[in-house]
Write a protein that binds this ligand. Structure first.
Ligand code: AMP
Length: 283
């Protein structure tokens, strides 16, 4: 039976008991409204550890738009059911006060510029908010393993860098992007799309894949012109950025280079709903 924990003290009890019997512990932080992508993280965590603790917490500090926070989908009962079904050991569902009663725990580390581009540039304060919550979870739980999705690749790189500098004992695992049949990267925010918009949103991944093949033929700058042109013609989907970046440093590049692993990153809007995705380029 999955344990449902709501207080920081419940977490302490749970982790103490797990450690006492020699169990290794994995952590999967989420903001709820769970989908197959989230569940794949929990399954990966369970493969690599004895006990998996998932968290469900919509962290206000990482939202830079109040309307986005208010509209964020919530479905606690269903989430609990889904986690239970796949054998997750426990779920932590705290209130804001349980997490942020002590506001002195600022995370002050050098992110070597990882937070300056893409989502960092578009969403001021977002990654600082992410690190504040992840730091608290890492300190509360002291997991052996934590799993994050490549869907939020920049977040993943930032957490890897944070963990390396501050909490190197935690082994960070990367989970591949889970997609709908039409290629749309699964996301809790997709719940806000109408069924027509959801099927139209397959366009985003289709354009990413098109960019991957074009880039090898005509280079990134020409590719960008073509992809921008296609988005301009789309009646409902607006491109915010398409960026070519080094997978490790996340620094932007204007051409592919054979000695670096690179990725294409995209952000776009359908109405006020922001979608992000990324794809690796083969060398
Ligand atoms: P969120 O609930 O959006 O904060 O996401 C929680 C975790 O699930 C993060 O590590 C995300 O990167 C990951 N995640 C979200 N969507 C997907 C997906 N489609 N495939 C893989 N991982 C995902």
């Amino acid at each position: 039976m999955m344990q449902i924990l709501r207080k920081a003290s419940d977490i302490q009890q749970f982790t103490k008991e797990s450690r006492a019997i020699g169990n290794s512990l994995s952590l999967v932080p989420t903001m709820g409204a769970l989908h197959e992508g989230h569940l794949s993280l929990v399954k990966m965590a369970l493969k690599h550890s004895d006990v998996c603790l998932a968290t469900i917490f919509i962290n206000p500090k990482q939202f830079n738009r109040i309307d986005d926070l208010k509209a964020y989908p919530r479905n606690e009962e269903r989430d609990i059911h889904l986690l239970q079904e796949i054998g997750c050991s426990a779920v932590f569902i705290p209130e804001y006060e349980d997490i942020y009663s002590d506001d002195s725990q600022q995370v002050n580390i050098n992110l070597i510029g990882l937070d300056q581009t893409m989502e960092g540039a578009s969403r001021p304060g977002h990654f600082q908010g992410v690190l504040e919550i992840i730091h608290r979870f890492f300190v509360f739980v002291k997991p052996n393993i934590a799993v994050f999705g490549e869907k939020d690749f920049q977040q993943l790189r930032i957490i890897e860098q944070y963990s390396k500098s501050l909490i190197p004992k935690v082994n960070i695992l990367r989970a591949p992007i889970f997609r709908e049949k039409n290629g749309l990267a699964m996301s809790s925010r997709n719940e806000r799309l109408s069924s027509l918009e959801r099927s139209e949103a397959g366009f985003v991944y289709a354009q990413l894949k098109r960019a991957v093949s074009l880039i090898h033929e005509i280079g990134f700058e020409e590719t960008l012109v073509k992809i921008k042109g296609s988005f301009k013609k789309h009646p409902h989907i607006e491109l915010e950025y398409l960026i070519l970046a080094d997978e490790h440093s996340l620094q932007e590049h204007s051409r592919i280079s054979s000695d670096k692993s690179m990725r294409l990153f995209i952000a776009c809007f359908i109405r006020d709903i922001r979608l992000i995705d990324n794809v690796a380029l083969s060398r």
